[in-house]
Design a protein around this ligand. Structure first.
Ligand code: 13P
Length: 252
């Protein structure tokens, strides 16, 4: 049985005050979140404060990005292996905003994925198609190519300790959520693709959905057979919304 996972991606939002207030509320509100694993990904700058605020809490910490090199002359970057010192458990990789705005390609995504695992972190591999690609009926091809690029580099066993997040680009920050059936179809496709390499790994692999997840649509999405939770952007900045979303993953 796969344990449900809900991760909040704060993107480039936050302050020390937000860390204290938001995480303070989540600590109290998610005390009884049941059997749901909850994580938050603040900015790199706020990881230290978040780590301290989360002492004594079940809520896990994630980073939004890391460099694949272990150290060196890479001004402005943070290495994957610097993150565990701050109590970080996961790190996003391949988010569409990184692919589109920072031109990260499949090769870089695969390298980052490998370096995160080497540092003892759980990569959350994000994949997703654009609206154009969906309209041209190439969703399947795009998603499988993104998954395959990483599978090829790291091998299927690496997915024993990884999460995949399906985030259709057209649903991110638009309020246009994929329907539960649309999301389920892609999640099933990904699971079958991994199963072709290893049935056991595919069965235990958590595939979470992202793209305008809100308190009003979370329960139905998380109720789908292959949707194991969510990667939440905007709604994760509101304690009230995020708590409802996390609780709606319980027993789904
Ligand atoms: P929204 O929930 O704001 O649509 O963002 C989704 C996302 O990109 C999470 O990584």
């Amino acid at each position: 049985m796969r344990r449900k996972l809900v991760i909040g991606n704060w993107k480039m939002h936050g302050s020390n005050l937000l860390v204290q207030e938001l995480l303070g509320s989540l600590k109290v509100g998610l005390d009884e979140a049941g059997n749901v694993e909850v994580g938050v990904c603040p900015t790199t700058l706020h990881l230290a404060a978040a780590s301290e605020t989360l002492i004594g809490s079940q809520i896990k910490l994630g980073a939004q990005n890391a460099n694949a090199h272990t150290s060196g002359a890479f001004t402005g970057e943070v290495a994957a292996e610097m993150l565990p010192e701050y109590g970080v458990s996961y790190c996003l990789v391949g988010h569409s905003e990184r692919r589109e705005l920072f031109l990260e390609d499949d090769t870089q995504v695969a390298e980052k994925f490998a370096s995160l695992q080497k540092a003892g972190l759980t990569p959350v591999l994000c994949v997703g198609e654009s609206l154009d690609q969906r309209e041209q009926e190439s969703t399947e091809q795009v998603i499988l190519a993104q998954v395959e690029a990483v599978l090829d580099k790291v091998g299927v066993q690496a997915f024993v300790n990884a999460v995949i997040a399906y985030e259709p680009i057209w649903a991110i920050g638009t309020g246009m959520t994929a329907t539960p059936a649309q999301a389920q179809a892609v999640h099933e496709l990904i699971r079958q693709h991994v199963a072709a390499r290893d049935v056991g790994v595919a069965k235990n692999l958590r595939i979470i959905y992202g793209g305008s997840v809100k308190s009003s649509n979370a329960a139905e999405l998380f109720g789908q057979a292959d949707i194991d939770g969510g990667l939440v952007g905007g709604a994760s900045l509101s304690a009230e919304e995020f708590i409802v979303i996390c609780k709606s993953a319980d027993s789904k």
